[in-house]
Ligand binder design. Structure first.
Ligand SMILES: *[C@@H]1O[C@H](CO)[C@@H](O)[C@H](O)[C@H]1NC(C)=O
Ligand SMILES: *[C@@H]1O[C@H](CO)[C@@H](O)[C@H](O)[C@H]1NC(C)=O
Ligand SMILES: *[C@@H]1O[C@H](CO)[C@@H](O)[C@H](O)[C@H]1NC(C)=O
Ligand SMILES: *[C@@H]1O[C@H](CO)[C@@H](O)[C@H](O)[C@H]1NC(C)=O
Length: 541
């Protein structure tokens, strides 16, 4: 369901202790869901055609084996016994018959419901489809009796019958209630928590509540590159929470839909796969281009997604407005690296192996399948506009790790001007905030060593400016860095969390202009917006 409004949320700390150990989703679930192609206008004919399409196109043999419902299948009133109903218009032969058909193809069947009074819809909350709030135990039993293998559980009308979208609902308890109701059915039903990232589900711990949890507002429809940028930034602080049985859900795939170029669709798929997101195709399978189908059928990237280690790629380095480097480990000891070209034009991109900790490695291009042989120090290739490199790196030789001398932001050595001010985070951490909009933070007395020149800087910062809607910097903030009064260089810093007490350590930027000796300055500014709050900067020795 689509939510386009900006918001500023308080963090709800959920201090329960749960153990979701349902033995499901040991690798990210894969399948088909109608929403990005058909929103809530989902008919039985579409579901049957999609199920047949998964088989006819051979997608089921690659792992796409869930055929899931989304909004629009439900009835609007319960039956005489208080049970859940389907829309006889949308699903004329009924859910049990549809479920049997899906199972007869060797596929699994997924239900969709909502933890509120009514469910989400695509018409601003006026459809009033059934929700499961207060009926969790009987609804879970009904879904199990219909042969459900998966439940996507949405979050509309979570507090009452008039509040379509509430940004501070009791989501944790709603999802725990349904988790327990599903467990009581004794049927294995994968549980997909769909509360759009509100209240930081990766930290509920939703990893013990759901087999996956949405990390963000919807990817669409309509699809757009800006939506991908917003979701990629939002993933940055929570990659460590992906694990066997519990996954960061970056939302349904837009591969095959309008709004993204083929290069963008390729980047989208490679990133989602390597982030260990569930991979749900969400396009009309009867109208799929060969290029889009090839993206979805890439066995090498599917193998990365389904890798038994279950570790997500993590953010390594951003060259602002140029390229990102993300990487993570695979079970066989190799490393997968995704390098995204942020430029609006195709260009020569140089991947510096040191950004993933190697001086050399054997590489395979996961998009083409070609072996690239041994890469030494760097690899340069032409990458399409918003395209990417997706590399599997083996036999990596570790690069020497830089060491840093750190300078805290909130010390008397530094100059805080124009409104910049210290902020106590907790008993050990004080940061400098209100930098930007005229406020500046200047680190003084920075040691440029015996020769000065270009230095690698490492910033520790807090940015909880997260958003549902696309902004100038969606789920990120800009900061400008100037050394000794030189030309400011832009950093585009993703959120570090959803609350103003979670630090990201190690945002790297290489800056020229240092003088020998201890009289250097590093100034942080932004003429038109606030930067993140800064804890410290490290200067490479
Ligand atoms: C529904 O909840 C919203 C948000 O808490 C509240 O403002 C509104 O008054 C509630 N409406 C009813 C009818 O209870
Ligand atoms: C790409 O184009 C968009 C729209 O004109 C612009 O906002 C954005 O800054 C451009 N991106 C880069 C990296 O130049
Ligand atoms: C100020 O800078 C000097 C020189 O780098 C350093 O020795 C001192 O510890 C710094 N003081 C504080 C409070 O950080
Ligand atoms: C203070 O906050 C930092 C950053 O989140 C955290 O690592 C540290 O454990 C916190 N310290 C205390 C005493 O809470």
């Amino acid at each position: 369901m689509l939510l386009w409004s900006s918001l500023f949320l308080g963090l709800a700390i959920f201090s329960g202790s749960f153990a979701l150990d349902n033995g499901l989703a040991l690798t990210p679930p894969m399948g088909w869901n109608p929403y990005n192609a058909f929103s809530c206008d989902t008919t039985e004919a579409q579901y049957r055609a999609a199920a047949q399409g998964l088989v006819n196109l051979g997608l089921n043999t690659l792992g796409y084996n869930y055929l899931n419902l989304d909004c629009g299948w439900q009835g609007k009133s319960r039956n005489a016994a208080g049970g859940f109903t389907w829309s006889t218009t949308m699903i004329p032969s009924g859910i049990p018959a549809l479920s049997s058909f899906v199972h007869s193809l060797g596929l699994k069947f997924g239900i969709y419901s909502d933890g509120g009074v009514y469910a989400c819809d695509f018409v601003g909350g006026s459809a009033h489809y059934l929700g499961s709030l207060g009926y969790e135990i009987s609804d879970a039993a009904t879904f199990a009796s219909w042969g459900a293998d998966y439940l996507k559980y949405d979050n509309c009308y979570a507090v009452n019958a008039t509040d379509f979208v509430d940004y501070n609902p009791p989501v944790s308890t709603h999802y725990v209630t349904m988790r327990d109701a599903l467990a009581a059915t004794k049927r294995p039903i994968a549980f997909s928590v769909c509360e759009w990232g509100v209240q930081d589900p990766a930290r509920w711990p939703a990893s013990a509540v759901g087999n996956s949890w949405r990390i963000s507002n919807d990817i669409g429809p309509p699809a757009s590159w800006d939506n991908l940028f917003r979701i990629i930034n939002q993933l940055m602080p929570i990659t460590q929470f992906a694990k066997q049985g519990g996954w960061n859900d970056l939302d349904l795939l837009e591969v095959g839909n309008s709004g993204l170029t083929i290069d963008e669709q390729q980047t989208h798929f490679a990133f989602w796969a390597a982030a260990k997101s569930p991979l749900f195709i969400s396009t009309d399978l009867s109208d799929l281009s060969t290029q889009a189908l090839d993206i979805l059928k890439n066995r090498r990237l599917i193998a990365v997604n389904q890798d038994p280690l279950g570790a997500s790629i993590a953010f390594k380095r951003r060259y602002t407005n140029d390229h990102d480097v993300w990487a993570g480990p695979l079970a066989d000891g190799s490393t997968v690296a995704i390098i995204i070209n942020w430029q609006n034009a195709s260009k020569s991109v140089t991947f510096d192996l040191a950004d993933v900790g190697f001086s050399s490695a054997q590489a395979v291009d996961l998009i083409t399948g070609l072996s690239l042989g041994e890469l030494r120090r760097s690899y340069t290739a032409n990458v399409g506009a918003h395209g990417s490199m997706a590399l599997k790196l083996d036999s990596g030789v570790p690069a020497p790790a830089p060491t840093f001398t750190f300078y805290n932001a909130a010390t008397s050595n530094n100059t805080l001007a124009g409104g910049a001010a210290t902020r106590v985070v907790n008993s050990t951490i004080t940061v400098v905030g209100f930098v930007g909009q005229g406020g500046t933070l200047t680190f003084n007395n920075i040691d440029g060593g015996s020769s000065g020149g270009t230095k690698l800087l490492s910033f520790d910062y807090i940015n909880a400016d997260y958003t549902f809607s696309n902004t100038a910097c969606s789920n990120c903030r800009y900061a400008f860095v100037s050394v000794n009064g030189g030309t400011p260089v832009e950093m585009q810093m993703p959120i570090s969390g959803q609350s103003w007490d979670i630090i990201y350590s190690g945002y790297l930027l290489s800056m020229p202009g240092f003088k020998p000796g201890k009289a250097n300055t590093i100034q942080i500014s932004n003429p038109s917006a606030f930067t993140p709050d800064f804890y410290r900067v490290g200067v490479a020795n």
